[in-house]
Design a protein around this ligand. Structure first.
Ligand code: COA
Length: 129
């Protein structure tokens, strides 16, 4: 069954669609930061949110990936890569020239490398235009 990728509204974030305990590594630690923000996108499988990301687009057209997490049971099955590539499409459509992030932990470097991100000046980045 295919996944559905879409924007998550502020209202959805505050009701049952999103639960911090499903995404504890990134969102559980800093839930206060993430609450009440816009810019969430999710990957849904059978109507359940299985992966979520938060992006912010700057005035100079850089897409900053602030957070990404795949629900543990669904990790290492290609969903992280799929979500990231869909976010790149969103950013491209919004005329962003690159996606940037500050990696949370060196252990995820290989994931971003597989998604063709480069490490430059303490950021991981990918040119998308
Ligand atoms: C990092 C994360 C988003 C990756 O998502 P995922 O769905 O597990 O990754 P995918 O299955 O799409 O993996 C894509 C490729 O990266 C590799 N990969 C994924 N996680 C990896 C890891 N931790 N170390 C090494 N390689 C990894 C996969 O083996 C796969 O390689 P392949 O294309 O050769 O098969 C996910 O593991 C996660 O949510 N981790 C906890 C939260 C986190 O650390 N977020 C990142 C904040 S910077």
């Amino acid at each position: 069954m295919p996944t559905e990728f879409r924007y998550i509204t502020k209202e959805e974030m505050s009701n049952n669609i999103f639960r911090y305990k499903d995404f504890p590594v990134v969102f559980g630690l800093s839930s206060k930061y993430y609450i009440d923000k816009v810019g969430y996108y999710g990957l849904f499988f059978k109507d359940k949110l299985i992966a979520i990301a938060h992006i912010k687009i700057t005035k100079d057209n850089i897409c900053k990936l602030k957070a990404i997490e795949v629900k543990q049971y669904y990790q290492k099955k290609g969903y992280g890569k799929e979500l990231l590539s869909k976010l790149e499409e969103v950013a491209r459509n919004k005329r962003c020239k690159e996606i940037r992030l500050v990696p949370r932990d060196y252990r995820v470097f290989d994931f971003y490398k597989k998604c063709r991100y480069e490490y430059i000046h303490e950021h991981l980045m990918k040119k998308i235009l």
